[in-house]
Design a protein around this ligand. Structure first.
Ligand SMILES: NC(=O)c1ccc[n+]([C@@H]2O[C@H](COP(=O)([O-])OP(=O)(O)OC[C@H]3O[C@@H](n4cnc5c(N)ncnc54)[C@H](OP(=O)(O)O)[C@@H]3O)[C@@H](O)[C@H]2O)c1
Length: 333
């Protein structure tokens, strides 16, 4: 088949007056927005942002009706762009997908060519969505820390939200690169699993959330923080001189209470990580690296497959902090 069929299935959120609705719908090609490339979607994944978009009060969805899914991997069906030929395997994530443009929880979609990443050799479409937006963000965080000078000899690196999608992938990438990785987690029973990914030391959520002095003993050579309010203040006051934290998430909330002392007395750096609007050339480079030197150790462990029919508990679970690894969505594979 080289064209999108007359009808296809999609998981949609919608508002009707005061009522918020979500569920499976049948769409037609005319429901899709403009774009140069038609894609048959094989896999998508469940990210924290999808969980928020799936609720009335999530403040993520910016159009209704909206096909959810901020990432997708599949095969090009039709292309009006010379860079992509029918049959090519591709990835797309971020930009407006699953926010203000139909996303990956559909059997077919249409995407602007300059949002698309060719699937790197060495990764399957399924692997790409096991990594997904969460894993991509972990890789981008590590790349940004290294660009600022982090190296394994510098000392221990802390990863918060350790059992989540960003956290597990960050641990697995850093461990593979030779870092001494410490994990902050609220799930003590998951320590053996985090050790298998490469974590060698642990902190509890409570240790990070406790009140502290504006500056404490220098401990971390770097950090990847996907939790935000409950963890970033601790990280800033315990970073070593000149060290940086990649701030990429807000799983515990968006507030940040700190002082300027980590910045002006220790030269600490707060690196903002935004995967959604990362320019396409850098995005393609990070995916190439995810297939090679940033390939996460144990790729594919602790993956739960759901379908368009069974993804709702995963959307609710990720929002409730219940993630243990990754949920991926088998759409048309
Ligand atoms: N900047 C970007 O471009 C970008 C891209 C992707 C994701 N994100 C953000 O990164 C964050 C994590 O995403 P994800 O996909 O990894 O989500 P996830 O799979 O749900 O993982 C989040 C983890 O954070 C911890 N956590 C949850 N609630 C917490 C709380 N109240 N206090 C302390 N820790 C808590 C839990 O780990 P433990 O139980 O192990 O502590 C949970 O597994 C989200 O805020 C997401 O929006 C940002």
């Amino acid at each position: 088949m080289t064209t999108i069929p007359e009808t296809f299935r999609a998981y949609v959120v919608d508002r009707a007056g005061d009522r918020f609705e979500r569920g499976l719908r049948t769409l037609a090609p005319a429901d899709l927005p403009d774009g140069e490339v038609d894609i048959r979607i094989a896999w998508s994944s469940v990210n924290y942002k999808d969980g928020l978009a799936a609720t009335a009060e999530g403040k993520v969805a910016r159009q209704y009706p909206l096909v959810l899914g901020i990432d997708l991997a599949g095969t090009v069906l039709r292309s009006a762009h010379p860079g992509f030929v029918p049959g090519a395997e591709v990835i797309a994530h971020g930009y407006d997908l699953g926010v203000s443009r139909h996303g990956g929880y559909a059997e077919y979609t249409r995407v602007p060519a300059d949002w698309i990443v060719p699937l790197p050799s060495g990764l399957s479409a399924r692997d790409a969505m096991v990594i997904g937006t969460a894993g991509f963000t972990a890789a981008l965080s590590v790349a940004e820390l290294e660009a600022r000078g982090l190296e394994p000899a510098a000392g221990p690196v802390l990863v918060t939200g350790a059992t989540g999608g960003v956290g597990t992938t960050a641990i697995a990438i850093l461990a593979e690169l030779g870092y001494e990785v410490w994990a902050a987690t609220g799930k003590a029973d998951e320590r053996p699993w985090l050790e298998s990914l490469g974590a060698v030391g642990f902190l509890t959520r409570e240790e990070l959330a406790a009140e502290g002095r504006p500056l404490e003993s220098e401990r971390w050579a770097g950090a990847v923080d996907s939790v935000g309010a409950a963890t970033l203040p601790y990280i800033l006051r315990t970073l070593r001189r000149g060290a940086a934290v990649a701030a990429c998430g807000n799983a515990s909330g968006p507030a940040l209470t700190t002082t300027v002392f980590p910045f002006i007395l220790r030269g600490a750096a707060l690196l903002g990580i935004d995967s959604a609007y990362l320019p396409i050339a850098k995005r393609r480079r990070i995916w190439e690296r995810l297939a090679t030197d940033l390939r996460p150790r144990s790729l594919g462990e602790r993956v739960t497959e759901v379908t368009l029919d069974t993804l709702e508990p995963a959307l609710d679970g990720i929002r409730a902090g219940e993630a243990r690894g990754r949920w991926i969505v088998r759409v048309g594979a």
